[in-house]
Each structure stands twice: as structure tokens, then as C-alpha cells.
Design a protein around this ligand. Structure first.
Ligand code: MOS
Length: 747
């Protein structure tokens, strides 16, 4: 591998972003552009008995007011996503404005289109629906007695019950140490800086272009095609830059298709931007949930049994639960295990993937319980985890494709200074501050899309190359990392390669969710670029006029765009010389990667890491400050040290956020989120951000994909909140078994 792979190179889009020339979906100027605004239901459940649009229709600048009475019907019943992107990926199996039923507050009941967004918003405020309200369920506690066991969850991808191992009830009965602990989690929202935005343009041939802020252009194309009853060939999705996603732009939500319907009806381009408030009920959330963990162990802390039960609130129409049981079940070598989901139907939109979906909460529960087990048995928390290390996958007995967890524990403990710890709660005081430390395991599955992933590499006569794949750049640094993968594969300098993404005109890559973006894209990019390199080397050795004529292709290497003999580097020629001599203007190759799926491998695939945190809790005020965080992760190959560091550090700070700040509070009287704005939905500021140390252990992984990339998008979140909560316990002696931990909990 050349030094370009893994190097901490500057972002290729950095200059465009800091100078403001990077164009986002809401910034395109189009002639005749009209602006659509959605009007959301004010009640969480009921029927629309009347909708008075007279005032709105005659307001200045208004082109149209559409309701369920006049909006065209969609052509297909939407369904929740059947795959991790790449295929049709609707965000819910319900499409609004098709009838008079209100399922959740904020559900679109009208759409106003006007010449400016301000006029559309004003006219929207004049739309007057009247409702026959029905009783609603918006909190888990209101529907507990109606909980059911779903057959499948997560868009049908996972069973409602995890495979059982052994006899957990008997093992718990006989265990020397038993713990039965319940953890509660507030709902969370994604809150990317850029609100979801769609600009829909129909051309004369009745073809649709959508400029959309999506994590997956092709998934958007296929989903909208299905809903409109059009061939995919008639829809093009462009998504140059996306201002953050965190999961809420992973599935395809109704506003995208609504914008397309409005544009078609009006015969002009229409832009629809969700307001900040609408972002809270238009594109999913992390559901309110409760998880019960029971641990059985011997006196030395060796687990004999683990049970894990989750109950959560879903929408009226989808059996959604973020997958919290998987990974948790595979983290420790507990021989007896059972886990199941239960759901309560509530009046909210369908929840969705949110920052380490399932694992941020599931591993909080497990790693908090493991800390309690450490205290119950008197075993050091880190030693306890080592005693329960899973040498093979406990679920299946398969070997890991790679692991590196022991190394992460060891390096993290060194960096953090874990060995000196006095485990006694409340034993360290600095003035008014109680100081505590805690740790946790991080784990996240290596997810892969089920569809083949493709990329195209084209070299021009001058020896420069363009490499293309239909990904969107939503802040992860994907464009930069993929340029590095391409330069490495082609043997070109970094600045001779341009990587292009962001359009369905390019080879298909699945929506980047589940931390799979880097592997989904780097694999076909690597295959396309090494394929093109080999093709050109093959051409050179077959070319009588080439200095490489007759050489064994296996003995040819490419450096800085020059093919030469490994043993005699002075013998060779550049790509440009070969192509120029042969009058070839350009040459291209498509790389196709068939992802490694659990059913097609004999290995178990997870990413692991170790988290450490130190907190200072004001003894009088209950204020928690996180003073230090150390995270060491083993995410396979690193494509760009700087972007990987940024992803992992950002993940750890999201973990801090989950631990201490983030909660969307439902007001059950109105059935609406009470803090649907960025002032009242708390996230960490720079002043809250502690010194964060991130290190990576680059474990080789020959199984997961050609480059051994396991993904860094979300593992940084996992375990961070537990490390902080465990540190709060160490500081104060208080066990807080819900998130977020607030000042009130510690007073
Ligand atoms: Mo990630 S929350 O799976 O987009």
C-alpha cells in the first residue's frame, strides 16, 4: 500500500466549505422556483373534519394550497426499508395527505406553495384544519399494558426475538451473583445543521430531478420512483453536499415525494425545506425506550447468564425498534442468553436509525450493568471485562474476522492511567468537586448493504483519473478518503485523481447508514482502480513499443503514474505515454463489490473499542463536567487518519451528549414534542467538550472487504455514555439508570 492510504490529508472539499462555495440542496437558484411549506397536524390522533384553505389560497404570492382532498394519490403503498439502503428505503409504511386520518402530531395535512418561502410560511399559518380528536398514546407508560411482541423489527431485517443460548432462566436461578437492572432512555433527535431539503424539477419529457439532502441518492431515486409509479430511469437524484445526517437522512421520508408531487401539479420547480420544528416529527427519531438486563455470574465475575429485554414506543403503522439486542448478545462469553423486543404502538412518526442505532442504548445498558457487577463481585471493571472476553462469537461460535479488543483495553488503560484507580465511590475529592472514573466496552456490527456496490474509474490520456460512485458527502470526509483509495489503487499522486459522488448518474452505492459508508464505497473504488491499473499494465506488457513489453505483469508496480519493473525501476513508462502513443483518449473500468454478508461468511464481524472517562461532579450543585475521555478503537484499516480521528472524537462527544444532555420531551397533553428547537434540545458546546484522546489499533481484517475497512461512523458513540455514568457513580456513589443524567438526579 502506498503512503497515500491512511495519510492525514486535508479534505478535498475543505476550501469549498469554508469559503461557502460548496452548494447544498437548498441553495440552487432555478428560474421560476416556487417554495413549498408543509402544514402539520396539531393533534396527535383523530380525523380532519374540515380544512379551510380560503384565506391561505388568496394570500399574496400563493400558487396553490394542497390537502388530502386534492393531492394526487401515491402509486404504491410505502413500506419500511427492506434493506440497508441500495434498495427502496421508505422511512415509514404510511404516506400522508391521502386521507383524513391523523396518526401523529406534525403529520402533513396541507402543503402551501408560494413564490417565496416567507409568503408560503405565512399562508401556511392561515390554513385552518378542524379535527375530531381521538385519545392518543405518546408515552411508553401510557401503553405498557398494550405491549406486544413483534414478529420482526427494523424494517423486517431482524427477528423480534434474538436466538437463545442455553437455559438462561435456570442459569440465573443457580447463579452466585444476580443482578436485575432496568434502564430508561429519553427519545433523541438527530438535529443535523442542515434541515432536510428537496428541490424538485420536472422537465418537458416528464423526467424528474431531485436535489435532495440524502444519505443515499439511489435509495431516494428508487423510493420516489415507486411512490410515483415511474420507472427509475425517469428520476435523477443529485446530492452534492449534505449538511449532516446522523441517520435522519438515511431513509426516505414523505416530504421528498410531496415536493415532487407539488412540482408536477404546478408545472414549475418546487423547493421544500423542513423547518427546524418540523425536523422533529418528519424524519424519525430515536424512540423512547426501556431496557432490562439480568446478569448471572459466579463470585469471580464470570458471566453465566445474560437476558436482555427491550420495550419501546413505535408508530401506529410500523414495527420499529432500533436493534439493541444484537451486538450486546455477542459482547461477552455468557453461555446462557435470551433477548426479546416488545413494542407499544404510539402516536408518533416511525422512529429511525439514530447515531449508533440500538447500540448506543443497548451497550449503555450492558456496560452499566457490568459496572454494577464489578462492584457486586469486587472485581476491577476492566479485569471483569477481560474475564468475560468473547474469544469467538458467543451467538454462533464463529471466529471473529478480526477483533483487537484486548489491545484496545490495554492501550486505553495506559493512556488513561486506569491502574491507579481506587474503586471506592466518593473517595476522590478536589475542593467542592467529587472526581470519578469509569470505563466501558464499545462494540458495533460491521454492517454491509445487501446489494452489489459499484464504482467507475476513468483514466484520461494525460494520466489523470476521475473516479465516480453515487455516494453523498454528509460531513464524514468520504470524498477525501475515497480520493485516497483511488490514488492508492491506481498508483497515482493524490492530486491527479478527482473523486466524484452525489448523483444517481454514477454507479450505485447504498445509502450510507450503519457505519457502512466507508466499506461500501472503498471496496468497489479499490476494485475499479486496481482493475484499471492492471488493465493498463496488461496493455503495456503486450505493447511492442513499450519498454515493459514482454514483462511479467506481476513484476510491474505503479508509482506516481509510472509503470515500472519492481526489480529494475528504471525500466518503465507512464500511463500518459502508453495512452498517447496508442491514441487512446480515455479508458475506464467498473469495479463491483458483492458485500460480505453474515450468511456468506464463516466469520463473525464486529468492531470493538474501549472507552474511559473522568468526571467532576459538583457536590452541592450536582453539575457534571466530563474532564477527560479516552477512546481506543480497532476499526480495521484507516483510510485517512484525520477524518477517522474526527469521526471517532465526534462519536465520543455524541456519547457525552447522550449521557448528560440529549432528550426530546413529549408533552402528553398536546401529544407534541415540548422542546422541538435547538435552544431547548441540548447538545454539547465547545465549553462542555473535554480533552478527548482517540487512538486507533489498526487490526488487519482479511474478511470484511478488500481493504479490511470496518467503519468508524458510530463506534465512537458506543460505550461513551456508560463510561461517563460509571464515572458519575464512582464520583458520587449514585447509580443513575436512565439517560440523560440531569442535575436533579444528583442533588
Ligand atoms: Mo447511521 S444513524 O446508521 O445513519
Amino acid at each position: 500500500m502506498s503512503p497515500v492510504l491512511g495519510a492525514a490529508l486535508d479534505r478535498v472539499d475543505g476550501r469549498a466549505k469554508v469559503t461557502g462555495t460548496a452548494r447544498y440542496s437548498g441553495e440552487l437558484n432555478l428560474p421560476g422556483l416556487a417554495h413549498a411549506v408543509l402544514v402539520g397536524a396539531e393533534v396527535p390522533s383523530g380525523r380532519i373534519v374540515g380544512i379551510d384553505c380560503r384565506q391561505a389560497s388568496v394570500a399574496d404570492g400563493v400558487h396553490a394550497v394542497l390537502t388530502h382532498l386534492d393531492l394526487p394519490r401515491v402509486a404504491a403503498a410505502p413500506k419500511l426499508f427492506p434493506s440497508l439502503g441500495g434498495l427502496v428505503a421508505h422511512g415509514q409504511s404510511f404516506f400522508p395527505m391521502q386521507d383524513d386520518v391523523v396518526h401523529y402530531a406534525g403529520q402533513p395535512v396541507a402543503m402551501v406553495v408560494a413564490d417565496t418561502i416567507e409568503r408560503a410560511e405565512y399562508a401556511g399559518s392561515l390554513v385552518q384544519p378542524t379535527y375530531a380528536e381521538l385519545p392518543s398514546t405518546t408515552l411508553l407508560d401510557q401503553g405498557r399494558d398494550r405491549a406486544y411482541e413483534p414478529e420482526r423489527i427494523f424494517g423486517g431485517l431482524l427477528p423480534g426475538r434474538n436466538p437463545t443460548r442455553g437455559d438462561p432462566e435456570a442459569a440465573l436461578r443457580d447463579a452466585e451473583v444476580r443482578l436485575d437492572l432496568t434502564y430508561r432512555f429519553a427519545a433523541n433527535h438527530h438535529n443535523p445543521l442542515e434541515a432536510s431539503t428537496t428541490t424538485a424539477v420536472w422537465d418537458d419529457a416528464d423526467r424528474l430531478t431531485l436535489y435532495d439532502s440524502t444519505q443515499g441518492p439511489t435509495a431516494t431515486q428508487l423510493s420516489v420512483a415507486e411512490l410515483l409509479g415511474l420507472a427509475a430511469t425517469r428520476i435523477r437524484v443529485v446530492s452534492h453536499y449534505v449538511g449532516g445526517g446522523f441517520g435522519c437522512k438515511g431513509l426516505i421520508w414523505p416530504h421528498v415525494t410531496l415536493a415532487a408531487l407539488a412540482a408536477r401539479q404546478l408545472g414549475r420547480p418546487v423547493r421544500l425545506v423542513l423547518s427546524r420544528d418540523q425536523m422533529f416529527h418528519s424524519c424519525g427519531h430515536r424512540e423512547e425506550q426501556e431496557q432490562r438486563i439480568r446478569l448471572g455470574a459466579d463470585r469471580d465475575g464470570r458471566l453465566v447468564a445474560l437476558t436482555h429485554d427491550k420495550i419501546s414506543l413505535t408508530s401506529p403503522f410500523d414495527d420499529w425498534a432500533e436493534p439493541s439486542l444484537e451486538t450486546v448478545s455477542a459482547t461477552y462469553a455468557a453461555p446462557n442468553y435470551a433477548g426479546a423486543y416488545r413494542l407499544v404502538r404510539g402516536n408518533t412518526i416511525t422512529p429511525t436509525v439514530t447515531r449508533a442505532p440500538g447500540k448506543a442504548t443497548g451497550m449503555f445498558a450492558l456496560e452499566s450493568a457490568m459496572d454494577e457487577l464489578a462492584y457486586a463481585t469486587g472485581v476491577d471493571p476492566l479485569e471483569l471485562r477481560l474475564r468475560n472476553h468473547a474469544d469467538t462469537d458467543p451467538d454462533t461460535g464463529r471466529p471473529w474476522s478480526s477483533k483487537g479488543l484486548r489491545e484496545c483495553y490495554q492501550r486505553g488503560a495506559e493512556l488513561f492511567g486506569w491502574a491507579d484507580r481506587d474503586p471506592t465511590p466518593g473517595s476522590r475529592r478536589e475542593g467542592d468537586l467529587l472526581i470519578g472514573t469509569g470505563m466501558a466496552t464499545a462494540a458495533y456490527p460491521v454492517a454491509a448493504p445487501i446489494t452489489p456496490q459499484r464504482a467507475r474509474a476513468r483514466m484520461y490520456i494525460d494520466g489523470s483519473a476521475v473516479v465516480e460512485a453515487g455516494i453523498s458527502e454528509f460531513g464524514t470526509g468520504a470524498l477525501t478518503a475515497m480520493t485516497q483509495v483511488a490514488a492508492d489503487g491506481l498508483g497515482l499522486p493524490f492530486d491527479r485523481v478527482r473523486f466524484v459522488g452525489g448523483s444517481t448518474d454514477l454507479p450505485n452505492i447504498a445509502a450510507a447508514v450503519g457505519s457502512a459508508g466507508a466499506s461500501s464505497t472503498s471496496s468497489p473504488v479499490h476494485l475499479a482502480c486496481t482493475g484499471l491499473r492492471d488493465q493498463l499494465v496488461g496493455q503495456a506488457v503486450a505493447d511492442r513499443q513499450s519498454p515493459l513489453h514482454g514483462a511479467d505483469p506481476a513484476g510491474v508496480v505503479v508509482r506516481d503514474g509510472r509503470m515500472c519493473l519492481r526489480d529494475r525501476p528504471e525500466v518503465g513508462e507512464t500511463y500518459a505515454e502508453l495512452l498517447t502513443r496508442n491514441h487512446v483518449s480515455d479508458v475506464e473500468t467498473v469495479g463491483t463489490w458483492q458485500p460480505v454478508l453474515p450468511e456468506t461468511t464463516d466469520h463473525a464481524m464486529q468492531t470493538f473499542g474501549a472507552q474511559f472517562a473522568e468526571v467532576a461532579v459538583d457536590a452541592d450543585l450536582g453539575l457534571v463536567r466530563v474532564r477527560r475521555m479516552v477512546g481506543v478503537f480497532a476499526p480495521g484499516r484507516v483510510l485517512n487518519r484525520r477524518t477517522v480521528h474526527g469521526q471517532l472524537m465526534g462519536g465520543m462527544l455524541w456519547g457525552l451528549s447522550q449521557a448528560l444532555l440529549e432528550a426530546t420531551r413529549m408533552d402528553p397533553h398536546t401529544g407534541r414534542w415540548a422542546n422541538a428547537n435547538l435552544a431547548d434540545y441540548l447538545v454539547p458546546l465547545n465549553i462542555d467538550a473535554p480533552d478527548v484522546t482517540v487512538e486507533v489499533i489498526e487490526v488487519p481484517d482479511p474478511v470484511v472487504n478488500p481493504l479490511g475497512v470496518k467503519g468508524v461512523g458510530e463506534i465512537g458513540v458506543v460505550g461513551a455514555a456508560a463510561a461517563i455514568a460509571n464515572a458519575v457513580h464512582h464520583a458520587t456513589g449514585r447509580r443513575i439508570r436512565h439517560l440523560p443524567i440531569t442535575v436533579e438526579d444528583l442533588l
